[in-house]
Design a protein around this ligand. Structure first.
Ligand SMILES: [Mg+2]
Length: 382
């Protein structure tokens, strides 16, 4: 089998997300996805990677990953090059699964579980106003999640704390702004809901310690990215100062960057973003690295349907997996506009994708949308 053509598409409506399709001489089309700076990422796909991929056997995922990594790596193991590599890798696994007639999770070792516990990260889309409710009606939000069987939610309540714009301090009188919604949720629902908190990398170390120590009283599932992931020792100091487990998340890219956090014991949950972290090839390896530290993975979301489905194949097939992020504003809101088979989430669980490969395909009409930007490569490097 040979790769014959690579096309990409992004749209105005789903602004930050780009999709890549890899075509083969056998008629298979593999789908991948990544996000942010779609013009830059799709240019990276066509400028850097398409010329070395066309004519190659798409089944050789590891070899092709290594060839792409040698192009991406000089620029810091991350950025547009690594996101482009991630999208391509997912598409190659989709082709491999289709060609072998098996879902990707069977290529990864088969099932360790038959469904995946999910949590909700709140977003707005149409009638779904989860993000607004996170701020304005936390009790109503949690009730509506529990009504659907969803028993875990992620919230961003430290964003309610005003500061000087740099996250350097928290005034005592402002701290309660972040605690009040947690207090309301715990008072109403007790232990019926698991709550994760994400600081979105905003805080300095003393501010992060102050907020997390105050939130310790609410028995949160984890504290995620209270600081940007720039210094493992600072995260170790945070971890040693608080009771709540630490999730180190999407800002860490690749197993080499996670290694130091794992070695030093500075995190409790490994949260890679499939679409940024090097795709299925790299994320499966990262899960094995985390396993050696008796640490679970918990795959990041907030992109598109390929991310949720691709992550599901890993979540199903690795032994060390806690929960998977999803956002009902997205999977109920817009995924069906772009893919022919949506994710299957019921009663707080994500069920295995059906069919060979990834389990979905981009609707062809996405490429014909008036707001779509399509690029095509069909020539190998000379
Ligand atoms: Mg996060």
């Amino acid at each position: 089998m040979k790769i014959t053509k690579i096309d990409t598409v992004f749209t105005e409506e789903f602004g930050s997300i780009s999709w890549v399709r890899i075509h083969t001489d056998s008629g298979h089309i593999g789908l991948g996805e990544t996000s942010h700076a779609p013009r830059t990422v799709t240019t990276a796909i066509h400028e850097l990677f398409s010329p070395i991929l066309i004519g190659e056997n798409p089944i050789d995922r590891e070899r092709l990953w290594q060839r792409m990594f040698r192009i991406a790596e000089p620029f810091g193991y991350a950025g547009a090059e690594f996101r482009a590599l991630s999208a391509i890798d997912i598409a190659l696994w989709d082709i491999a699964g289709q060609a072998m007639g098996e879902p990707i999770y069977n290529l990864l070792g088969g099932m360790c579980r038959d469904k995946i516990r999910i949590y909700n990260t709140n977003s707005n889309w149409g009638d779904i106003r989860d993000k607004e409710m996170e701020w304005n009606d936390p009790v109503g939000l949690v009730q509506s999640l529990l009504d659907e069987g969803i028993t875990m939610v992620k919230v961003y309540y430290s964003q309610l704390i005003p500061d000087n714009g740099w996250g350097d301090f928290v005034a005592q009188k402002d701290l309660k702004l972040a605690l009040e919604p947690l207090e309301k949720i715990r008072n109403r629902f007790g232990d019926e809901i698991d709550i994760a908190h994400d600081g979105w990398g905003r805080w300095s170390l003393p501010a992060a310690i102050k907020i997390c120590q105050a939130m310790d009283d609410y028995d949160l599932f984890w504290q995620e990215e209270m600081m940007r992931l720039l210094n493992v020792e600072a995260h170790l100091r945070l971890k040693q100062a608080i009771r709540t487990p630490i999730a180190a998340a999407e800002r860490l890219i690749g197993k080499w960057n996670y290694r130091e956090y794992l070695e030093k014991g500075a995190l409790d949950f490994v949260m890679p973003d499939l679409n940024w972290n090097g795709g299925i090839t790299e994320t499966k390896k990262l899960a094995a690295l985390a396993e050696t530290y008796q640490t679970p993975i918990t795959l990041h979301d907030f992109n598109g349907p390929v991310q949720v489905l691709g992550s599901a194949h890993i979540s199903l097939s690795v032994p060390n997996m806690a929960v998977q992020e999803t956002s009902r504003g997205m999977y109920k809101g817009w995924y069906e506009k772009v893919v022919d088979r949506n994710v299957d989430i019921r009663d707080g669980y994500l069920y295995p994708p059906e069919g060979p490969g990834l389990g979905t395909a981009l609707k062809p009409e996405v490429l014909d949308r008036p707001d779509a930007t399509v690029m095509v490569s069909d020539e190998a490097a000379g």
